[in-house]
Design a protein around this ligand. Structure first.
Ligand code: FMN
Ligand code: SF4
Length: 506
């Protein structure tokens, strides 16, 4: 009997370690022979602690959320179950490419990794020139998953063509967006895919050194990545001779100190260099003058961790999924007041409402959905009448929003959207790096102005609109530049929560 329990920190927070220990202790006490495998997360957080049991080589059968009093019944095969894990609709409806191995393999077993397609992509890339690797990445249509959605292949091409004695690959694992956790899940659940992706990025650009900048709030991810890097070195996935070839690449982890703005790529580079996390003016682009002044690829965890499967299955296979210029799949994170919170990877194009109501199951409170915020603290709010918007970069742009890092946070009808708009300005004021005036001063004035509107000064809505226009057009980076998205969408959609009318809000 093989028993699978996740070691993901969300599963652990819900008691997975205790359940795993109890299963081991009880099996030993009763003389039952079990093999316990700690995997990454399947992404069905509401079922954690999830225990999967395979008997006599059969399919994994799911049990969850498991309680301590079910241990004996689990070992006896009499505990209530949810059927084969793969048949649970939340999983069965997904197209898992980036997350294909997550929740299935032991994250730190190179054998498991290879048995499930790992290193196939790198072996293929090692047969290609740097220009061919870049071309394959362009063909895949992959766009940056960190928020800006910039085509990954084009970024790599700029670094490839830059002349320098040293180039770097920097993985942005700051994952600051509210309601997002996909980067953490990959680092804890399939860290070797991220390493393989960074190595391929190195081959594409002639970079030989990489950094993973991980937020300090992710101690488990840091620990797993650290061990994975050692394992990768032992197996020749990192080092002087990659898989026996003449190519070299190595990497190390840098830990952030907890600032949202340090997820912005130039601020991150300053922090990585040991400087204050303040945004740098562009140009120069990091692709030409990045870490330590050298040409640098800065990519999100998901962008890099998707590269191996693109090279394993072929760029066209990846590009065949999706909608318009939003190609491939997106690991969407559903959180907030929602019944079935978790990670759902699917091709671009699914309507927002399907994700919230059908897949997410509506609110956890059972009350009607009032709004969802998509794309973290800088993302716009969407009301149910906009739920037919297909999940994709262009469609969200046209609807006045952004998909960002694909986090969806759900609110029920008790949410006070005026208070949430105020929070958006307050967040910007607290997290502002202070480099430019529209953000540093504007966010503080924004809080004051929203307070005035809510105190009955409805004429101040014009002032708020002007202020948001100034922040949008005058801010140096998207922290100040995008904060107007949640503020203005909340005001437009829910003027009553500001104590004003639709006409005054427009
Ligand atoms: C305020 C702010 C915070 C950001 N936080 C993150 C983050 O936590 N993770 C991330 O990958 N990108 C973040 N970004 C986007 C990065 O600047 C950059 O676009 C990204 O790392 C590039 O990688 P990609 O092309 O793979 O998306 C942030 C941007 C801004 C303006
Ligand atoms: S918009 Fe805000 S965070 Fe960005 S550079 Fe200006 S002050 Fe710094």
């Amino acid at each position: 009997m093989t028993i699978y329990v996740s070691l993901d920190s969300a599963a652990k927070a819900l008691g997975a370690d205790d359940i795993a220990r109890a299963l081991q202790d009880r099996a030993a006490a009763r003389g039952i022979d079990i093999r316990l495998v700690r995997t990454g997360s399947r992404g069905m957080i509401w079922l954690e602690p999830l225990v999967e049991i395979s008997r006599d080589g059969g399919p994994r059968v799911a049990h969850g959320p498991v309680t301590a009093d079910q241990i004996d019944a689990l070992l006896d095969g009499t505990a209530p179950n949810l059927g084969p894990t793969e048949d649970i609709p939340f999983l069965a409806r997904q197209t898992r490419l980036t997350f294909a191995r997550c929740g299935i393999t032991d994250p730190l077993s190179m054998d498991d990794y290879i048995a499930h397609g790992g290193l196939t992509g790198l072996r293929r890339a090692l047969e290609m020139t740097a220009a061919e690797i870049v071309e394959e990445t362009k063909t895949s249509g992959l766009r940056g998953r960190g928020g800006a959605g910039f085509p990954t292949g084009i970024k790599w091409d700029t670094v490839r063509q830059a002349q320098a004695d040293q180039k770097y690959i920097v993985c942005n694992a700051d994952e600051g967006d509210s309601g997002t956790f996909a980067d953490r899940m990959i680092m804890e659940g399939d860290p070797l895919s991220l390493i393989e992706g960074m190595v391929i990025a190195g081959l594409a650009t002639h970079a030989t050194k990489g950094f993973v900048y991980i937020r300090s709030e992710y101690p488990d991810a840091i620990a797993v990545m650290d061990r994975a890097i050692r394992i990768a070195r032992e197996h020749g996935l990192l080092g002087h001779s990659l898989l026996g070839s003449s190519h070299a690449f190595d990497m190390e982890i840098r830990v952030g100190a907890g600032a949202y703005v340090c997820g912005e790529e130039t601020s991150l580079l300053n922090s990585l260099e040991g400087k204050r996390g303040v945004v740098r003016a562009k140009p120069p682009l990091p692709a030409l003058e990045g870490a330590f002044g050298k040409p640098t690829v800065v990519n999100n965890v998901l962008s890099l961790a998707t590269i191996p499967v693109i090279f394993e299955k072929g760029a066209q296979h990846y590009a065949d999924f999706g909608l318009g210029r939003s190609r491939g799949t997106m690991p969407i994170q559903i959180a907030g007041n929602v019944r079935h919170g978790g990670l759902f990877e699917t091709a671009f194009g699914l309507p927002l409402g399907d994700l919230v109501n059908d897949i997410g199951g509506g609110t956890a409170s059972g009350r009607p959905v009032k709004a969802v915020q998509v794309g973290g603290p800088l993302g716009a709010y969407f009301a149910p009448h906009q739920f037919d918007t297909p999940f994709g970069y262009e469609d969200f742009d046209q609807a006045g929003g952004l998909i960002g890092h694909a986090g969806i946070t759900v609110f029920d009808d008790t949410a006070d959207m005026g208070a949430l708009a105020r929070f958006a300005m307050e967040f910007c004021a607290v997290e502002s790096c202070g480099k430019c005036t529209p953000c540093r001063i504007g966010a503080v004035r924004g809080v004051e102005t929203i307070d005035r509107i809510r105190a009955g000064d409805t004429a101040a809505t014009d002032l708020l609109t002007d202020l948001c226009d100034t922040m949008t057009s005058g801010s140096l980076c998207a922290l100040g530049g995008f904060t107007p998205y949640p503020v203005m969408s909340a005001l437009r959609l829910f003027p009553q929560d500001f104590g004003t009318t639709k006409e005054a809000a427009e």
